[in-house]
Each structure stands twice: as structure tokens, then as C-alpha cells.
Design a protein around this ligand. Structure first.
Ligand code: V47
Ligand code: SF4
Length: 385
């Protein structure tokens, strides 16, 4: 495409965004053309970001729990998993899990993010038990746990319906679901990455059912491996379609592939340019999802900060005990202090706001930092900010 044609095409897209019209598959693919200025795409995404979320930059105080890394699957992008008899394999005891809850409480965490492997010998009851255990001892901590891949495994183990499994976990104390396991929906790519685990239909159906029973969920896309622009935009549109139906996704998180120690280690990690372009295009395509998260653990602190001007309005949390990205070569720190997170957001020119998992503003007791109460939904904050 010659420059003038490209400029005219970009103007067409800009007009649509300004008029709050929906972008198409072709629009999204066009925006991935490296000849289309990243600055211009970022500026458009920023328009939508400020329209939806004002000048706010969200974060939370959270911790991670990966109860086991032993996994029946062998996703080619995964450096975290272990075989049953591998010395690297571990399973956390109830005591270790409770200790994590205690530490989280002492650090004022509002959320525990729980994902792990599908252990060959652990029944569904073990996964349910650890949610119940944590919820009984630390009811104030929101448990955001089990991706659709895990729920699909529990369905297989219990021979019950998705709805039954989700309601049972909710009764045990599950608060919401993380967005992992989505990878890339298009079968041309999914079959190369993880052909045996929950397929696209199952992933979407599990999130649909969660939304139907009132559980909020997150959604993700793993990019920067074997996929092309077409596959990424197709993925975003499938998420957008489900969101039109249910409205249950809270936030989208683009996950940059980290190749170290994986079966795809010959692939180069995506560049910051690719990270920012993907962030911006996600904001533009997902016109019906309120929040876009720049997950600092995976992007690196500097790119996550920059992403706050490229469509993102959230940088995730303080994060303790992250394993999945660090096993795959992430060099980011293990945990950021609350002051550091606030400074990062302020330095990017945004107003830091602490939220809880379901996007309510958090009010901390000024005399005891570990005590907090959830306030109103943050959606009102953006208005007029
Ligand atoms: O499904 C695994 C990804 C996901 C690698 O909901 C990798 O707020 C890059 O669910 N390089 C699990 N990505 C993590 C997840 C998540 C993360 C952050 C926030 C939220 C949320 C959810 O991690 C997996 C897969 O897509 N992953 N290995 C890797 N080497
Ligand atoms: Fe198992 Fe999850 Fe790793 Fe796939 S990404 S191998 S399901 S731990």
C-alpha cells in the first residue's frame, strides 16, 4: 500500500474511533502494519482509554499461589510445568498454603491469584479444598482462581457440568476467575501450542457460564510466538463477541510470550514496540471491555509504565511469589512495594488508585495499613477525571 493510501485508510479508522464505531477484522489487521505509525495508533488508543477510564491508573495489592506445577499437559510455551516424577515438581501442603494466606493478610493483600498445573493424581476435591481452606481462614481475601483450563479439567474429573463445578467452587469461596488459558483461539495456532487442553469452544463456554452465574472473569491473549496479526485480531473479536453476549469480562490482559526454558526457546521475545502496539490495538478492538491491563511482571516495569499512554489503565498489583514468568526468564523483581507502584503510575502522569479484584476502590485505615474496606465501583471515578 502506498503512503497516501495508507494515510487515507488510517483516517478512516480514526474517524470510526472518534465516532465510537466498532472496528473490523480488517481494521485491526491494518493497524498491525509496521508502516502505520505506532505513535498514531497509541494516540487513538489513548483517546479510548481516557474516554473509558479518565486519567486513572489502577493497581491492587495481591499475591500469587501456584499450588502445584505438576501438569498432565505439555503446552509448548510453558516453562513452569513439571512431570510427576521430576525433581522440579512440587505440591504445596495445607500448612504452606495457609502460610501464604497469613503472609498476604500481614501485607494487606486484597487478592490471591491462584493458578497451577493439572496434577495427575490430585482429585477435584483437593483443588476445591484449598479454596475452602483459604476462604475459611482468610475470608477478607478475594480468591481469583482457576483458569478455564482447570475448570475444564475439573469437569472431566467430576463428570459434572461446567455450571455445577463453578457453583460448587463459588460455594467453597471462589470470588472470580483469572483470564489464563486463552492463548490464541484460532485452531491454526492453538493446535501448535497446546492441542490437548481445553479448546476454544470450551474456554469461551466456561467464561459464558461463569458470567451467567454472576462470577466476573478476566480474559487474556498470549502473543509473540507463532501467531500472525490475523490470529490476534480474530482472538480479540471472539472475546468481544462473548462480551456483547454477557458483559462479564472485567479486564483484558495481553500476555507477551517469554521463550526461555520452553519448547519454543528459538523464538525471540516480543519487542517493546510489539508490546505497545498490541496493547493499543487491544484497547481499540475491545470497545466493550472496561479495563486493559499492562501486566508489569511480564512487560517489564518501563514498558508497563509506557503502556499507560497506549491504552492500558491498570498495571496489576504488587505481586508476590510469581513463578510462571520467572521460570520462563522474566527478569522483573518478585514484588513491588505499594509506594513504588504508586510512583510508577504518577511518573506516567496518571492518578494511582488502589482497586480490589472486582474493581471497587479500596479505602485503607490510615492507622493500620493492613485494614481496608471496599468502596464504590471505580467506574464512577473515571467520569470527569
Ligand atoms: O495461560 C504461560 C501464560 C497464563 C508463559 O487474570 C505464559 O488477572 C508468556 O492466567 N510466556 C497464566 N506467558 C497466567 C494468567 C494470568 C496472568 C496475569 C493476570 C491474570 C489475570 C491472569 O500465563 C497461561 C499462559 O497464557 N503463560 N507460560 C510464557 N512462557
Ligand atoms: Fe500445564 Fe498450564 Fe503449563 Fe499448559 S500452561 S503445561 S496447562 S501449567
Amino acid at each position: 500500500m502506498i503512503t497516501q493510501e495508507r494515510e487515507a485508510r488510517f483516517r478512516e479508522i480514526r474517524d470510526k474511533v472518534e465516532a465510537e464505531e466498532r472496528l473490523t477484522l480488517d481494521d485491526g489487521i491494518f493497524l498491525y502494519d509496521p508502516q502505520v505509525s505506532l505513535g498514531a495508533v497509541g494516540e487513538l488508543a489513548n483517546l479510548v482509554r481516557e474516554r473509558k477510564n479518565g486519567n486513572v491508573g489502577y493497581f491492587n495489592i495481591n499475591t500469587h499461589l501456584n499450588p502445584t506445577n505438576v501438569c498432565v499437559y505439555r503446552c509448548r510455551f510453558c516453562a513452569f510445568r513439571s512431570d510427576l516424577r521430576d525433581p522440579k515438581g512440587y505440591v504445596m501442603s495445607d500448612e504452606q498454603i495457609l502460610q501464604r494466606g497469613q503472609e498476604a493478610t500481614e501485607n494487606g493483600c486484597t487478592e490471591m491469584h491462584i493458578v497451577g498445573g493439572l496434577h495427575h493424581q490430585k482429585p477435584y476435591e483437593w483443588y476445591r479444598h484449598l479454596i475452602e481452606l483459604l476462604h475459611d481462614h482468610y475470608p477478607q481475601i478475594h480468591l481469583k482462581g482457576w483458569t478455564a483450563v482447570e475448570i475444564n479439567w475439573f469437569e472431566f474429573q467430576t463428570k459434572k457440568s461446567v455450571r455445577w463445578v463453578l457453583e460448587d467452587l463459588r460455594d467453597a469461596g471462589l470470588g472470580s476467575m483469572p483470564g489464563g488459558g486463552a492463548e490464541i483461539f484460532h485452531p491454526e495456532v492453538r493446535d501448535q501450542l497446546c492441542e490437548h487442553k481445553a479448546n476454544t469452544h470450551a474456554w469461551l463456554d466456561i467464561h459464558r457460564t461463569a458470567h451467567q452465574i454472576g462470577l466476573r472473569t478476566n480474559c487474556t491473549m498470549l502473543y509473540g510466538h507463532v501467531e500472525k496479526a490475523y490470529h490476534r485480531i480474530d482472538h480479540l473479536i471472539r472475546l468481544r463477541d462473548l462480551q456483547d453476549e454477557t458483559g462479564g469480562f472485567q479486564v483484558f490482559i495481553p500476555l507477551a510470550f517469554h521463550p526461555e526454558n520452553t519448547k519454543l526457546s528459538d523464538i525471540k521475545k516480543p519487542s517493546a514496540i510489539m508490546d505497545l502496539r498490541t496493547m493499543a490495538i487491544s484497547r481499540l478492538m475491545l470497545d466493550n471491555i472496561q479495563h486493559i491491563k499492562a501486566y508489569w511482571i511480564m512487560l517489564g516495569v518501563e514498558t508497563a509504565q509506557t503502556a499507560l499512554a497506549y491504552g492500558a489503565d491498570d498495571i496489576d498489583g504488587t505481586v508476590r511469589h510469581e513463578l510462571i514468568y520467572h521460570d520462563a526468564g522474566a527478569t522483573t523483581p518478585q514484588c513491588l512495594s505499594v509506594d513504588k507502584i504508586r510512583d510508577l503510575i504518577s511518573e506516567a502522569g496518571r492518578d494511582p488508585v488502589e482497586r480490589d479484584t472486582i474493581y471497587r476502590q479500596v479505602h485503607r485505615d490510615p492507622n493500620d495499613y493492613t485494614k481496608w474496606t471496599p468502596g464504590e465501583s471505580v467506574e464512577q471515578l473515571a467520569v470527569g477525571s
